[in-house]
Design a protein around this ligand. Sequence first.
Ligand code: NAP
Length: 248
Amino acid sequence: MDLTFDNRIAVVTGAGRGIGKAIAEKLAAEGVHVICVSKNPDSCGAAAEAIQQQGGKATAMPVDVSSSEAVNAACEAIQSEHGRVDILVNNAGITRDTLLMRMKDSDWDDVIRTNLNSCFYWSRGLVQMMARGRWGRIINISSVVGQMGNAGQANYAAAKAGVFGLTKSLAREFAKRSITVNAVSPGFIETDMTSVLDEKTRETIASQIPLRRLGRADEIANMVVYLASDEAGYITGQTFTVDGGMVM
Ligand code: NAP
């Protein structure tokens, strides 16, 4: 299916590596101007440069998404530079895994701020621009861990479960402006985040996945690009689990 994107402008957070980079590249390949956000300037800089080298449109924007002030300033800068944003992909995320008894306040706070608060800050900062154009797409990257829970990831599971509630509430709030809000819930995907797993753990995980392998970043990006297109205009408030059949 050919997807329609009419010169859209997108913000993709965590676009420096992994899933976010794949999303940014696929959106850019569809003609979307992608504002690549990551924490490290080198990381979003390299991602934007790679897109430009492929003939795509991209801008690098280093922002700490866990800071309300930093995100607000970024949204103001986007408003004055571009005047509009059509697509927001809240993808930036971190893990600070440890069992509950050992979990420090900072492990909890950092994960909630980066994975959940960031979705609130960016949505609040950009939704007015979408509302003005009476068209918008917000896609939040959650995780199967937010659906299933996971020992050692109480902070991450709570943040990712929170993303589902935020997604559905915003879907209801902005439907009248033709802004859709959906969540994509990846299973285990080959990125830096999962590269810390040892071979035995990877084999155990793969054996529990009906499709018998970890996923690739581009397989998540395919779903996000579809949800960001004109063609997905009648889909809102939903979660799309892309996990090789792990959760069913
Ligand atoms: P990754 O390879 O570790 O990349 C994470 C990206 O997020 C990086 O670009 C990083 O920026 C950015 N980021 C982290 N903290 C940030 C902050 N405070 N401000 C701005 N940017 C920040 O992760 P990934 O595996 O691609 O995961 C992407 C998303 O998918 C996350 O939300 C993750 O929870 C979710 N997810 C992943 C998996 C998986 O198996 N990989 C499964 C389910 C869900 P820098 O490049 O500057 O460091």
